[in-house]
Structures are given as C-alpha cells and as structure tokens.
Design a protein around this ligand. Structure first.
Ligand SMILES: C[S@@+](CC[C@H](N)C(=O)[O-])C[C@H]1O[C@@H](n2cnc3c(N)ncnc32)[C@H](O)[C@@H]1O
Ligand SMILES: O=c1cc(-c2ccc(O)cc2)oc2c(O)c(O)ccc12
Length: 354
C-alpha cells in the first residue's frame, strides 16, 4: 500500500474538505441572488457600507453577524469586493454585475435553472445509473423524473418556463461577445434559421446587428406557442430530427452538446439539406464549447468545461466535445471543412461548410 506522510494526508484532507464544501460556492451565490444583493449595490451607484446594506436588505439586527459571514464568503469568492483597509464597504465585481436582473447580459435565470433541484438532483442518480445496464437509453434525469428534459412541459410547466428563460439569459451575453469579436461570421448572411432557437433572444440580438437579415426561430411547439412573427422574424414549430426550415445559414447554439454523436449527425444532415450547397455559399454556425480550446490556456475554464460535460452526462444524452470529436461528427454528416474561433470565456464559434 502507498505510504503517505502525515503532512501529505493533512493536505489531502484539506483538499477533500474543499471539494466537499464546494456546494457552498453555488449555494452562497444562490443566496446572493435570492436576497438581491447585486441589485441593491447597483441601485446605490457607489460603494455601500455594511450598515446601509443590511438596512436596504431588511436584515434584522439579530442576523447582522450571520449576514456578515455570508458577505465574507462571497467577497472571498470574488462575487463582491470590499475596500482593503476597513473591509466594510461593498461594491459589485464583473461576476455580480452578471447577476443584475432585467438586462441583456444577466445570467440570473440561467443560474437559477442550473441550480434548480429538478436539474441538480439528477446528479444523485449518476452512480446507480452508471452501474445499471438497463438504463442505456434514458439519462439520469429521465430515471429520476420519468421523462427527458424536453418532454416535461405538460408535467412541470414551471420548470420548463424557468429552463427556457434560463437558456435565453445565456444567449444575451454570448451574442454580445460574438458580435464584438467575430461579427464577420454573420456578415453577408441573407437568411438564417436558429435551430432550437428557444424564445428568440439570440435572433433578436442578431437582428439588432443585422436588421436586413431574414430570420427563422425554429423550436418545439411548447417553446414557440404564443409567439407572433414580427418584421423579418418568423417563429416555426417542428422537430430537428425530421427537418429544418430552409435558410442561407443554420445556427446551432447550445444544441449539439445535448445529443449523442449519432443524433448530432442526423441533426447536422437536416441542417445541410436546409442550406445552399458548396457552390452557393451555405454554412452552419455552431456555438458550443470545444474542450481544451480556451483563450490564454485558462486552467479554471477547462475545469468549468469538464463540469459542463458532467451536466450533459446527467441531464442530456450528449457531451462537451474536443476538436477531434467535433471533426468526426462534422465529416460524418457530409461537410467538407470547418473553422473554430474561440470566444472569450468557455465557448467557440465553429463555422461548418458543405
Ligand atoms: C439548451 S436549449 C438552447 C436554446 C438556444 N439555442 C440558446 O442557446 O439559448 C435547447 C433547445 O433545443 C430545443 N429542442 C430540443 N429538442 C428539439 C427538437 N427535437 N426539435 C427542435 N428543437 C428542439 C429545446 O426546446 C431548447 O429550446
Ligand atoms: O440542462 C441543460 C443545460 C444546457 C446548457 C448549459 C449551458 C449553456 O450555456 C447552455 C445550455 O443545455 C442542455 C441541453 O442542450 C440539453 O439537450 C439538455 C439539457 C441541457
């Protein structure tokens, strides 16, 4: 048996405790969102003292010390900042800026859906699911809930609403980055179908940058229902395993990571049939993670990509892919070339050519 020194074992204990307590990272973040701390600091417009903060948040005096401990942990994680000397006035950081509700870069709803027990409890099923030979067609999510995530609309309408809003709140920030760093990807595209385009947030960001572009938002009936076409934007219901509406380009944002290689090839083939051929300039634009492709080789970004892969393991039939895995499905669907452009953060834009 390996022998470790007492020092090594104590260091290992500290590492293990840190992993065990990691859920307090997400739970303290959720507490900050539920309390609306970022909103209060934002409205105040300048650093806020602890006394002001507890008054605005209506924290009773009897809980002020408890609240200070929550703030200390949040500051330590970089969610809020405090002045070095007195440690008693608080400000927003870029991370808490993303928690402000009601603007296009807010990820509040996205955080809520990822932390919702309907989604997060599926992780408890993973060990038994891995050992079971019967459960190969169902995800851990479906073992827990009896249905896959996109089949829950009738049974859990509130979760489905939260899910659709959460996905939309991710679209705002990502499209902001795309428009600033690789706008040329969409330059000259006359018409575009956003395949699995959710509530249309991505398309609305595109229309803002390219008002002439004719856009179609294509998604399942329960997502599209109640949406009315507006000038240059059509909402179309359907199933991307059957067919995809025609356009000069097809966008797949956060779609393929949710499906197996075999399913991705089917979806990509339907997209290929929907766009012009090689000689007529059609293309597919994928926005998803490419594992290991992160700007400045940021180690924590790769770790986040691996955790996102675990989310796909428990909640979907898909996976986050490295470049070689992307290449395999792209060529298997009959495309001849592709180009990867990493975005700031976790994702890349992959242009795919017939
Ligand atoms: C992870 S969400 C991504 C939404 C959007 N593209 C975004 O990035 O915000 C996946 C989307 O695919 C849609 N979807 C799932 N299965 C589908 C199918 N068979 N046909 C069309 N859309 C589907 C879901 O309803 C959902 O809106
Ligand atoms: O549960 C999910 C979550 C996502 C997801 C995660 C992060 C993002 O930036 C966007 C989307 O995507 C999913 C998906 O594509 C799927 O087929 C099932 C579940 C989820």
């Amino acid at each position: 048996m390996d022998q470790f020194t007492t020092t090594e074992l104590l260091q290992a204990q500290s590492h293990a405790w840190s992993l065990v307590f990691s859920y307090f990272k997400s739970m303290s973040l959720k507490a900050a969102i539920d309390l609306g701390i970022a909103e209060i600091l934002h409205k105040h417009g300048k650093p806020m003292s602890f006394a002001q903060l507890i008054t605005f948040l209506s924290i009773p005096d009897s809980k002020s010390d408890h609240f200070r401990r929550l703030m200390r942990a949040l500051v330590h994680q970089g969610i809020f900042s405090t002045d070095q000397e007195t440690q008693s006035s608080y400000s927003l950081t870029p991370t808490s800026q993303l928690m402000l509700p009601g603007n296009s870069t807010s990820i509040t709803q996205w955080l809520r859906v990822i932390l919702d027990p309907t989604l997060s409890h599926s992780a408890h099923v993973l060990p038994s699911w891995l050992k079971s030979s019967e459960e190969t067609t169902k995800t851990p999510f479906a073992v827990l809930h009896g249905r896959e995530i996109f089949e829950l609309a009738d049974e859990k309408p509130e979760f489905t609403k939260l899910y659709n809003e959460g996905m939309a709140s991710d679209a705002g920030l990502v499209m902001n980055v795309v428009m600033r760093s690789c706008r040329d990807v969409f330059e000259g595209v006359e018409s575009l179908v956003d395949v699995g385009g959710g509530n249309g947030t991505t398309v609305m960001a595109l229309k803002k940058a390219f008002p002439e572009m004719k856009c179609t938002v294509f998604d399942l009936p329960h997502v599209i229902q109640g949406k009315t076409d507006i000038d240059g934007v059509r909402f179309v219901t359907g199933d991307f395993f059957q067919s995809v509406p025609p356009a000069s380009a097809a966008l797949l944002k956060a779609i393929l990571h949710g499906w197996s290689d075999e399913d991705c090839v089917k979806i990509l083939k339907h997209c290929k049939a929907a766009i012009p051929n090689k000689d007529n300039g059609g293309k597919i634009i994928i926005i998803d993670m490419v594992i290991g492709v992160v700007m400045d080789n940021e180690v924590s970004a790769v770790e986040t990509q691996l955790f996102s892969d675990l989310l796909m393991l428990v909640a979907a039939k898909g996976k986050e892919r490295n470049e070689s895995e992307w290449r395999d499905i792209i060529f298997a669907a009959g495309f001849t070339n592709y180009k990867i452009t990493p975005l700031v953060g976790l994702r890349s834009v992959i242009e795919v050519y017939p």
